[in-house]
Design a protein around this ligand. Structure first.
Ligand code: 26Y
Length: 813
């Protein structure tokens, strides 16, 4: 917490404006005002943001190839507690703080759930006072911007660093690190000892860019360190004696520059389909090696005992993307520290913990041996040795060769990164109860049976400061009026809201706040798309990445069904609805792109049909991301969480919606299970196959979608609409979607669940008519959402994983 008076702030702002731009305030641009403000705030926190004291406690390092931060200004002001004085001060200088907040870039250095979770965790680590830092990549281009052209997704590069630098970053050239690719590895004898020599490698410089992560009203300022890849500078302090020699030709120099800079050029836009690209492997090793070397350097600087690294340092890997932390740490302990294999292994396995975020086979990383051998020769040797020892351990324990093959780290010429992570860490966690159970009982069963003590669940959470306090100030104000301030640091206190569930004044006020948020979103939709949506209609929202398993298509089929019903019975009593979508598709995911096109075409059809005017609207909001989520989620009445049961590991938007008072329409998948445990089926709408039913179907070759299609005529009509010209401006995309349902037997049970979904939607619609019942349910949702603060999640990681203070002793070292 810092304090600054309005007067002091104004002076500071003015002198900063002169020192940075030599300009009077009233002549400066919005962008300059923003830069000056950020610079003032950075000065204010600078003292607190010194290197954290490594010798007092254990430090946590969270490695993630994505951090989806969102805008920082508002959240920094909130956490520092200076929003009011600064707002007032700026006002007197003729500057509107909200304009500055809105004009900040939204760094999109992540795809979706996994990257956003990493950002929420950073916020929580700082806010609960944990010394926890992030390591990632400073991509020049973040996730593409999405535009619709004739209803189709078009990707536009996200050139977010237009000014060259990011507002909140500080570059630290004195802390740059050398990362080595390719080359030859030898064993050489030195004074009777064998030493590993890496020659002819390609050196790449990792330049650290630090972003402060400010805790909520406490003294913590942690660091997110993002690495940019560069050509090593001539005066670069680290030895390049064994580096590949370049002849010095102009062309060669250009190629080398390109080789180095390419690594941190762009975020891969896939979030579920592993492609195995060489450049991606370079990215993974690049940031892992830089981070591990950075930790090691700091550790040595503090003259700490290397034999106790695991007592001072916790390294967490966010999915398998940073899995090379394992061999990289081994490399340092073996080749630089000269520890024995057994000791290096013991330290490594007690330092590294791993989170799995998916059970989808196609998202699992498997790197070809040949690729890794060439790109990372020393790292590959270490992986091979780990595998050799692991196999001999497995062989001594089991005779089932199939099981051993499944568990092997290297198999069929590929390195299975999840297997490497499990074998080499002391903790493996899933991200919601059902997900963890599925890991233990199905996907990772062999490993769970082998080392059950490694497995644990950590149900995801969200930064309630961003997703409630900052995104929904009116609701936050109401909550504080009713139950006081304490919920802001202890979200379990939200439970006290239940005392007001029969207080009609409170329920009216809740309704009014939701309405106001809906007006804000309606205005945005009007401005952007010239579509007039009625804030009195039900705002039914599905926002998330576009994927077949998330079943935007199921939502759409229900919309089509409803549309037909209204056409057939024009006098039908229906609660007006606005269906809102937001979703990016991976650029190479053809079916997902077809689904976007179909939704857009249906939206056109419905929005322009006078027969359903005032009853039905469909809006697909372009370029969904963190900033839009902050506008959309507080305005939602209905939260669509309708994935095929077993497929969504957790989901986190489900939590954000709940905290903002939306009612969840859900399958019992991911963290919807926990939501259901908290509030019961009477406070949400459930439908669809159970996990057990889905698993059974999958084991027995699925159900027959074509049979269902022929027996359910309503469904048949809607499915046929995809190909019979009923939806205008739809060509091959409709056929593609049709085929996924009929020709390819509906892998994600869309048609199988459609009827039950329709039933649940009908019940929801009925409930909406009873205003107080609806708002009571909304209040109960908010009151029970406290457990989903990522503060709770992070404390559990600390308690059960990072600081649990016991070592494991692997038998196969
Ligand atoms: C290997 C590559 C293709 C890849 C890249 C990104 C694979 C996966 C991902 C990202 C996955 C992801 O975002 N998973 C989501 O993680 C959230 C946080 O745990 C979960 O809430 C959500 O259910 C899960 O889909």
């Amino acid at each position: 917490m810092i304090t600054i008076s309005k007067r002091k702030f104004k002076q500071y702002f003015e002198s900063k404006m002169y020192s940075l731009y030599a300009q009077p305030i009233n002549e400066a641009s919005n962008e300059q005002h923003l830069n000056v403000l950020a610079s003032v705030l950075k000065d204010l926190i600078a003292k607190k943001w010194v290197d954290t004291k490594i010798d007092t406690e254990k430090e946590v390092y969270y490695f993630s190839i994505e951090f989806l931060l969102g805008r920082q200004l508002k959240s920094n002001l909130l956490n520092l507690g200076v929003e009011n004085s600064i707002r007032e001060g700026l006002k007197e200088l003729g500057i509107n703080l909200d304009d500055l907040i809105q004009s900040e870039v939204d760094p999109a250095l992540g795809n979706g759930g996994l990257g956003r979770l990493a950002a929420c965790f950073l916020d929580s680590m700082a806010s609960v006072g944990m010394s926890g830092h992030g390591y990632g990549i400073r991509y020049k281009y973040g996730l593409f911007k999405q535009k619709f052209v004739n209803g189709c997704q078009v990707e536009v590069p996200d050139n977010w660093l237009t000014q060259g630098n990011y507002l909140w970053e500080v570059v630290r050239p004195n802390k740059a690190i050398l990362v080595k690719f390719e080359g030859d590895v030898y064993l050489e004898e030195h004074d009777g000892n064998l030493k590993v020599i890496h020659k002819n490698y390609i050196p790449v410089m990792a330049m650290p860019y630090d972003i402060p992560i400010i805790g909520y009203r406490n003294n913590s300022v942690n660091t997110l360190r993002l690495w940019k890849s560069e050509i090593p500078r001539r005066d670069f302090g680290q030895t390049t004696a064994n580096a590949k020699n370049y002849s010095g030709s102009y062309e060669e120099a250009l190629n080398y520059k390109y080789y180095t800079e390419e690594i941190s050029q762009v975020l891969y836009p896939n979030d579920s389909n592993y492609a195995g690209r060489l450049l991606r492997l370079k990215q993974e090793y690049f940031f892992v090696s830089a981070g591990i070397q950075d930790i090691y350097r700091k550790y040595k600087k503090h003259k700490l005992n290397i034999h106790e690294l695991h007592k001072k340092v916790a390294i967490h890997i966010n999915d398998t993307h940073p899995a090379l932390c394992v061999p990289e740490l081994m490399r340092i302990l073996l080749d630089i520290e000269g520890l024995s294999w057994d000791e290096a292994w013991n330290i490594t396995i007690n330092t590294i913990s791993y989170t799995n975020h998916t059970i989808m086979a196609e998202a699992m990383e498997k790197w070809p041996v040949e690729m890794m051998k060439k790109l990372l020769p020393r790292i590959y040797m270490i992986v091979e040795e780990i595998n050799k020892r692991y196999l001999s351990y497995l062989n001594s324990k089991y005779s089932d060769q199939n099981k051993i093959r499944r568990m092997s780290i290297i198999n069929n010429g590929n390195i299975n990164m999840a297997n490497l992570c499990i074998a080499s860490s002391y903790s493996v966690n899933g991200v919601a109860k059902l997900h963890t159970t599925l890991l233990e009982k199905e996907v990772l069963k062999d490993f769970y049976d082998d080392t059950p003590y490694k497995f644990n669940n950590k149900t995801n959470g969200i930064a309630h400061r961003r997703w409630l306090m900052s995104a929904n100030p009116e609701l936050s104000g109401l909550i504080t009026n009713l139950i006081g301030e304490e919920w802001k640091t202890d979200t379990f206190k939200l439970k006290e809201l239940e005392n007001y569930k029969n207080d009609n004044h409170v329920l009216d006020r809740l309704d009014e706040i939701k309405y106001n948020n809906k007006v804000l979103l309606s205005n945005y939709i009007m401005d952007k798309y010239d579509i007039d949506v009625d804030p009195n209609s039900i705002f039914d929202v599905q926002v998330k990445r576009l994927h077949a398993y998330k079943r935007q298509l199921l939502n759409l089929i229900n919309i089509m069904t409803l549309y037909h019903k209204i056409l057939d019975n024009p006098d039908m009593d229906i609660e007006p609805r606005t269906f809102i979508f937001g979703a990016k598709a991976a650029p190479g995911y053809y079916l997902a792109k077809c689904i976007i096109k179909v939704i857009n075409s249906v939206a056109d059809l419905i929005n322009n049909d006078p027969r359903v005017r005032g009853k039905l609207k469909v809006v697909f909001i372009e370029n969904y991301g963190v900033s839009l989520a902050e506008l959309i989620i507080p305005a939602a009445n209905v939260s669509e969480q309708i994935s095929t049961t077993t497929k969504e590991a957790s989901g986190t938007s489900n939590m954000k919606f709940m905290m903002n008072g939306a009612i969840t329409m859900a399958t019992l998948d991911g963290a919807n299970v926990e939501i259901h445990e908290l509030i019961g089926k009477e406070n949400m709408f459930l439908f669809g196959l159970t996990a057990e039913e889905v698993l059974n179907y999958n084991k027995n070759g699925g159900y027959s979608s074509i049979d269902l299609y022929h027996t359910d005529l309503g469904l048949k009509q809607v499915v046929d609409d995809l190909i019979n010209g009923f939806i205008p401006n739809l060509g091959k995309e409709g056929r593609e979607v049709y085929d996924s349902l009929i020709t390819y037997n509906d892998e994600y049970f869309v048609l199988r669940d459609a009827k039950d979904y329709e039933r649940a939607q009908r019940e929801l619609s009925e409930l909406y008519k009873k205003k107080y019942d609806w708002n009571r349910m909304s209040l109960i949702n908010i009151a029970n959402s406290g457990v989903f603060s990522s503060d709770r999640t992070i404390k559990e990681y600390g308690r059960d994983i990072w600081f649990r203070g016991c070592e494991i002793n692997e038998e196969f070292n």
